[in-house]
Design a protein around this ligand. Structure first.
Ligand SMILES: Nc1nc2c(c(=O)[nH]1)N=C([C@H](O)[C@H](O)COP(=O)(O)OP(=O)(O)OP(=O)(O)O)CN2
Ligand SMILES: [Zn+2]
Length: 140
């Protein structure tokens, strides 16, 4: 088994609906994202011969997925009134409405799924909400 690992980050705002404590309030994080690929077989020919995949292509894919979330307000669908969403958008704020609670666990699963949708053999994504607190998603 071979593996590759790369990381990037994004800075975004969020709040946790139904959370009883400070995280129910709007706040921000620099989410650090570490993505892992796993494969039994290395590339057979061409640029990626004897590679899991080209580091450059891997790095770009992870950065693109992080950049899609960067400097946006991550909102769990249905947790803000439509009028609030409309007002924020009318002010020019960038919102990313997601069909899940914006926990580090769910963000890790979301990013792993996005990488797999691109055809990358993503096996694991770690999302750090703070330098010391990390959630991990392990693909089946
Ligand atoms: N398992 C999880 N627990 C929590 C998550 C999460 O995604 N997964 N998220 C939060 C909140 O987003 C919160 O912002 C983080 O809380 P906390 O760790 O308390 O934040 P700080 O590190 O800033 O706390 P200090 O101890 O005040 O520095 C909560 N839990
Ligand atoms: Zn938070």
């Amino acid at each position: 088994m071979y593996g590759l690992k790369t990381e990037w980050h994004f800075d975004s705002a969020h709040f946790l609906a139904d959370y009883h404590g400070k995280c129910e309030n709007l706040h921000g994080h620099r989410w650090r994202v570490v993505a892992y690929l796993r494969t039994d077989a290395l590339g057979a020919a061409g640029t990626e011969r004897d590679m899991v995949m080209d580091f450059g292509a891997f790095k770009r894919a992870v950065r693109e997925e992080c950049d899609a979330l960067d400097h946006t307000f991550l909102v769990e669908e249905g947790t803000l009134a439509p009028a609030t969403v409309a007002a924020l958008e009318a002010e020019g704020f960038s919102l990313t409405v997601l069909p899940f609670r914006t926990t580090a666990e769910n963000l890790a699963r979301h990013i792993c799924g996005r990488l797999r949708d691109r055809g990358l053999p993503c096996a694991q994504v770690d999302v750090y909400e703070t330098p010391l607190n990390c959630a991990t998603y392990l693909a089946d």
